[in-house]
Design a protein around this ligand. Structure first.
Ligand SMILES: [Zn+2]
Length: 450
């Protein structure tokens, strides 16, 4: 058994952190969570052993990064030299994608996931579409790139949901994939399902899920094939949705409806589905998403980096969509920044404050994100859940003097000191236990950009 004594811990359904909490775990599961009443005095029957690991600061459940493209980490700081928009950024992204193979993909993803571990991320949803070799030729193992990601997460010490992405066409009009995009395509949804069916990660740190890249990349008549596969296998289904007004315009021109309506009509929406971005939904779209309990993953630092716009987060939450967050393009890997941006961007949009409580932001970054990735037993400090702990120091230049309840408005990823995933210590004293993260990032990015 392992015991930790948290100076403060954010317990489920609490509006603010609780002081002096003893957390016990065995075989990767939380077995007891005991607040020590009155600041250190154990209730009758609870013995605080001297071997309890002391966790100064605020201990949170594991953070879930619900939307990632690991290889985009290589683009950080390299796309700010000129003007442009999402579409010109995408050309630069394709240049990196063109250079990756299973070995360089493993090295880059391992470093990127280890950076996530340092930031307190215990589980990542990898929206994976770079499936095949140059010109779209499958590797000898058609799932070699998927296997690289699973191995990368194991090295980094975090859990992974591999959201294997169907990417079949270049536009809503059904245009063929060209250039680097050919590496993404499986031909049609049935062949996508055949490839994905053949991939069975052995390790229990990784699970499979499905993704529809967007209504641009999967023809309407094939949406139900992907959704049906996810449903039959009881897996989460993710989809990029209305990140750009141009996607809405193209969908209306071809199908006479919004992308959300198209997804609804083909059985894609529902409680196991997560719409990523949902930056430009209509009022009707917000209602469709909420009524179907479709989740929404917001990626505010990417949306600001790409000049996408600001989605109506509060309205979507009110309509019934659980909100999660993701670092997407990894312009920033910091879920504190993503979570507070959910509130702060609403302030910019509405010129009013106070849309989300701190506890709601914690929920988005933890339990809601894990649920969106198919891990219903993670993201809460409660008995029976996975023993994921993330401790944030409250004595740094950024957090000193900040009340624990305000940590999500003050802390950065650099304030994470201790990270436990499934009971194993992955980060201690701010250092990853097995990966030299800056060195590996520099090498892996050098390989694909020089
Ligand atoms: Zn994305």
């Amino acid at each position: 058994m392992t015991r930790w004594l948290a100076e403060y811990a954010w317990l489920p359904d609490h509006a603010e952190p609780t002081p002096d909490v003893l957390i016990e775990a065995e075989a990767g599961r939380i077995t007891a969570v005991t607040p020590l009443v009155g600041g250190g005095a154990a209730p009758a029957g609870v013995e605080v052993l001297g071997d309890a690991v002391r966790l100064p600061g605020l201990t949170l459940p594991g953070l879930a990064n619900a939307h990632s493209h690991a290889f985009h980490r290589a683009l950080r700081g390299r796309t700010h030299g000129g003007r442009g928009d999402f579409w010109s950024w995408r050309d630069v992204m394709y240049d990196v994608a063109a250079r990756l193979d299973p070995d360089s993909y493993l090295a880059l993803a391992r470093a990127a996931y280890a950076e996530m571990a340092l930031a307190g991320i215990t589980c990542v949803g990898e929206f994976h579409y770079l499936h095949h070799g140059p010109e779209g030729r499958p590797y000898a193992d058609p799932n070699a790139m998927s296997a690289a990601l699973v191995e990368a997460a194991a090295h980094a010490g975090i859990r992974l949901t591999l959201l294997d992405t169907a990417y079949l066409t270049a536009g809503v009009d059904g245009a063929e994939l060209v250039g680097t995009q050919r590496r993404f395509g499986d031909g049609d949804a049935l062949r996508w399902a055949e490839r994905v069916d053949a991939f069975r990660p052995e390790n229990d740190h990784a699970r499979r899920g499905a993704a529809i890249h967007s209504v641009r990349a999967v023809p309407a008549e094939q949406l139900a094939t992907v959704a049906g596969w996810a449903d039959r296998n009881g897996m989460p289904l993710h989809v990029h949705l209305s990140e750009q007004p141009a996607e809405n315009d193209a969908c209306r021109a071809v199908h006479g409806c919004t992308p959300t309506r198209l997804l609804a009509d083909h059985g894609v929406l529902g409680p196991h589905t997560t719409a990523v971005h949902a930056t430009h939904p209509t009022s009707g779209d917000v209602a469709l998403l909420g009524e179907s309990r479709t989740g929404v993953c917001l990626c505010p630092t990417t949306e600001r980096d790409l000049a996408d716009g600001i989605g109506p987060a509060r309205r979507m939450a009110e309509a019934g969509s659980p909100l999660s967050v993701g670092s997407d393009s990894h312009a920033v890997v910091d879920l504190f920044e993503e979570a507070r941006a959910v509130e702060l961007d609403e302030r910019l949009r509405t010129r009013r404050r106070g849309h989300f409580s701190p506890a709601e932001l914690v929920t988005a970054a933890t339990v809601a994100g894990h649920a969106a990735l198919g891990w219903g037993d993670a993201g809460r400090l409660s008995v029976g859940d996975r023993a994921d702990l993330v401790t944030v120091r409250l004595d740094s230049a950024r957090t000193a003097g900040v009340p624990p309840v305000g940590a999500f408005f003050a802390a950065t990823a650099a304030d994470v000191t201790h990270v436990v995933v499934d009971g194993r210590t992955v980060v201690a004293d701010g250092r990853h236990q097995t990966v030299d993260v800056p060195t590996e990032l520099r090498h892996a990015i050098g390989e694909v950009t020089s």
